[in-house]
Ligand binder design. Sequence first.
Ligand SMILES: O=P(O)(O)OP(=O)(O)OP(=O)(O)OC[C@H]1O[C@@H](n2cnc3c(O)ncnc32)[C@H](O)[C@@H]1O
Ligand SMILES: [Mg+2]
Length: 197
Amino acid sequence: MKNIVLATKNEGKRKELEALLAGAATVYSLRDYPDCPEIEETGETFVANARIKADFVAAYTGLPALADDSGLAVDALDGSPGVYSARFAGEEKNDEKNNEKLLRSLEGVPREKRTARFICALVYKNPNGEAIEVEGTCDGEITSAPKGTNGFGYDPLMYLPHMQKTLAELPSKEKNSISHRSKALQKMKAEWGELGM
Ligand SMILES: O=P(O)(O)OP(=O)(O)OP(=O)(O)OC[C@H]1O[C@@H](n2cnc3c(O)ncnc32)[C@H](O)[C@@H]1O
Ligand SMILES: [Mg+2]
């Protein structure tokens, strides 16, 4: 089984990726490398930021790295917060403050105009230079109040009309069967398969 180090400091992502990779790889994470410095996300796209994180962590650890850069694109906000999703309400990256700011930004916007999509870019980088880049999305609507306690980040505000639930109301197994992250990882696994990795 291949070794992979997850290039993320986000515990919510780490748990989901670990569950999704169970049986496919031996998974390490930045918890195993506590001295790994903060990586600046200077890219203008999700995939550019995932590339920055994967490159850095593959070089730092000498292991194949899998980076996840993700976020929320809200139609009524012209795609914001986008790559600024983590820092939407400030550099301290506070999920609760981000959610409050998102609800404030959408005050007065009617339900039919509250459409949004989660995007997840995954970049896998081998220390020998090989890279694979994929993306997955998950469409929904931004609620007018948080609902549910599972998941992380913006999950309590992301309502899935076909499930009649927010992502935070879904058990992790169900979120992992439909999320942007799981769709991206499915594509990644297909690429690994094709390349015999
Ligand atoms: O960069 P790393 O260390 O991976 O951790 P991060 O939290 O900074 O991650 P990002 O830069 O990719 O920012 C992603 C933002 O989008 C949010 N987000 C991403 N995936 C999500 C999901 O599945 N559910 C809810 N929110 C999500 C998350 O809470 C962050 O605010
Ligand atoms: Mg980040």
